[in-house]
Write a protein that binds this ligand. Structure first.
Ligand code: APR
Ligand code: PHB
Length: 383
């Protein structure tokens, strides 16, 4: 087989890249280790920045997003006895949209099928060859047949555990692990809030998010080695009610349909290009989930890369040559913002640290420049 762009990994980054290249008349082939059903069913943050929404709309992916996405003007920032609304639209003139990553992935898969762009699911033994000269990717397909794709370019969109990053020789890596994790909970209950609540609490951070008018998503700060068996549904609701509680507000409860512990880390690997191999999304960087930057950052990478590769196929290499450096500027901005939100909201350290966090929270809701700084980063810098 031959294609212009071989894309390893069909998560949101790989699928969107293939969509954007397709719109420019550039062929690609997607290789995915999992089944399409498995990829769709992964539960992940679904907060879309204003620029992500605009990009999806402008590239023909806006129909269901506009019908079912929930536009949020801002967030609630909270600590005991205090809940403050930050109105991003008033502050910076942009909003965010709650639309599950599952839904984004479904829309991208439907667009791929409609356009007839090729994808191989359930592949194994994906191996990259000669990425500096004449790239190719070998793999074993779902029926056990050995296959090879020759390509002009290979893009690693294969997430944090994928193989592509290892084809970059001597990468420079920056990493931070955090002394806490999130217990994520999905429940069949209407959200008890109009917009997301991020809560600092002496017992640990809690968050109230949502997936639809009937499905809520919650998170509780726990330890990285937390035994999930210790978290009965009753214990979860009691902890959420305590940590999210303010006078005059009640948390509605309902059947819990999923719970899992999510690790938190910041990770950046550079460069994001080696010869004809490019990395995008989680393959090159991970942010902790506070602030929901993961998906948006992957979208920013592939938007940049699609433009750069299109120019390169038309004879202008200036954008591909600048790709790694340009992408990393946004990566580090989002890495800082996610680290900052995480550090401000999670209980760690001693009482001195707690007072600093509370002071930062008060400052963020009372100073307009401080509120604007949060809003600008949260709603996302322009693509
Ligand atoms: N061969 C083929 N595919 C692979 C391989 C492999 N060896 N290893 C991993 N993959 C696939 C995974 O199965 C997954 O579907 O690569 C895909 C990577 O997808 P994501 O992990 O979703 O990464 P990305 O597309 O960059 O995600 C964007 O959204 O919520 C966030 O955490 C998510 O931040 C990430 C972002
Ligand atoms: C989510 O809905 O899963 C979510 C929302 C906001 C975050 C993180 C996760 O900051």
């Amino acid at each position: 087989m031959r294609t212009q762009v071989a894309i390893v990994g069909a998560g949101p980054a790989g699928l969107l890249l293939s969509h954007l290249l397709g719109l420019e008349g550039i062929d690609s082939v997607l290789l995915e280790r999992q089944t399409a059903e498995y990829v769709q069913a992964r539960i992940r943050a679904g907060i879309l920045e204003a620029g992500t929404v605009e990009l999806l709309r402008n590239t023909g992916l806006g129909d269901r997003l506009d019908a079912e996405g929930m536009e949020h003007r801002g967030i609630h920032l909270q600590w005991p006895e205090n809940r403050h609304h930050l109105d991003f639209v008033d502050l910076i003139g942009r909003s965010v949209t709650v639309y599950g990553q599952t839904e984004v992935t479904k829309d991208l898969m439907a667009a791929r099928e409609k356009a007839g762009r090729p994808a191989f699911y359930s592949v194994s033994d994906v191996t990259l060859h000669d990425v500096t000269e004449q790239p190719s990717v070998s793999f074993v397909d779902a029926d056990g047949r050995a296959q090879r794709i020759d390509a002009d370019v290979v893009v690693g969109c294969d997430g944090f555990h994928g193989p592509s990053r290892t084809s970059v020789p001597s990468p420079q890596v920056w990493e931070r692990t955090y002394p806490f994790a999130w217990l994520g909970v999905l429940a069949d209950v209407a959200p008890s809030t109009d917009e997301l609540i991020y809560a600092w609490h002496p017992d640990g951070f809690a968050m109230h998010s949502m997936r639809s008018p009937r499905v809520s998503r919650f998170y509780l700060q726990v330890t990285p080695d937390e035994d999930i068996a210790q978290w009965s549904d009753d214990r979860i609701w009691t902890a959420l009610s305590a940590r999210l509680g303010v006078a005059g507000w009640t948390l509605e409860t309902g059947p819990i349909t999923e719970k899992s512990v999510l690790p938190m880390r910041s990770f950046v690997s550079t460069p994001m290009r080696h010869g004809n191999l490019y990395l995008a999304g989680d393959a090159a960087h991970i942010v902790p989930p506070t602030g929901a930057k993961g998906l948006n950052l992957a979208v920013a990478d592939v938007a940049l890369l699609a433009t750069a590769l299109t120019a390169s196929f038309r004879g202008d290499d200036s954008l591909v040559d600048a790709y790694s450096e340009t992408a990393l500027r946004r990566v580090w901005r989002c890495t800082h913002f996610s680290w900052w939100m995480t550090s401000m909201l999670h209980r760690h350290g001693d009482d001195f640290d707690a007072q600093l966090q509370l002071s930062q929270l008060r400052r963020t809701v009372t100073s307009e420049p401080a509120a604007r700084e949060l809003a600008d980063n949260y709603a996302g810098l322009p693509l």
